[in-house]
Design a protein around this ligand. Structure first.
Ligand code: HEC
Length: 110
C-alpha cells in the first residue's frame, strides 16, 4: 500500500513538473492561489474567475463533482478537447480531485 502511494506521489510530481508547475504538496491546494493551480490560471484567469478568452470557461464556484468529471473526461477523451487533454493527461486522479475541490471553493465574484 505504501509502495502504491509512493508511485502515485511520484507520478503526480512528475506530472506537475512537466506542466511547469513548481514543486507542490497536497496541503497547498487549500491555499488560494496554491502552486498546483498556477498553470490553470494562465488560461482560466486568477482563481479560475477571469478566463483570458471568451471560449475558456470559468472554474470558480462550479460544483467540485462537475469539475472532476470534466477533467476525467478530458483526460480519457470522452470530452474531446486537445488543450485540456494535454493539460490533464499526466495528472493523477488524486490531483484532479484536489484541483476540482479547490476551484469549486473559490467564490465567483467576477
Ligand atoms: C492553455 C489554456 C488552458 C489551460 C492551461 C487550462 N485550461 Fe482548462 N480549458 C481550456 C479551454 C479552452 C477550455 C474549454 C474546452 C471546451 O471548449 O470544451 C477549458 C475547459 C476546462 C474545464 C471545463 C469547464 C466547464 O465548464 O465545462 C475545466 C474543468 C478545466 N478547463 C479545468 C482546468 C484545470 C484544472 C487546469 C489546470 C490543471 C486547466 N483547465 C488548464 C483551456 C485551458
Amino acid at each position: 500500500m505504501q509502495r502504491f502511494k509512493n508511485v502515485i506521489l511520484l507520478t503526480s510530481f512528475a506530472a506537475l513538473f512537466l506542466m511547469g508547475v513548481s514543486a507542490v504538496h497536497a496541503e497547498k491546494i487549500a491555499r488560494p492561489g496554491g502552486d498546483k493551480t498556477a498553470s490553470c490560471e494562465q488560461c482560466h484567469g486568477p482563481k479560475g474567475c477571469a478566463p483570458v478568452q471568451g471560449l475558456i470557461p470559468k472554474l470558480c464556484g462550479q460544483n467540485a463533482e462537475y469539475l472532476e468529471a470534466q477533467l476525467l473526461e478530458f483526460q480519457d477523451g470522452r470530452r474531446p478537447q486537445p488543450i485540456m487533454h494535454a493539460t490533464t493527461k499526466l495528472l493523477s486522479n488524486d490531483i484532479i480531485k484536489q484541483v476540482a475541490v479547490y476551484f469549486s471553493k473559490v467564490p465567483c465574484s467576477q
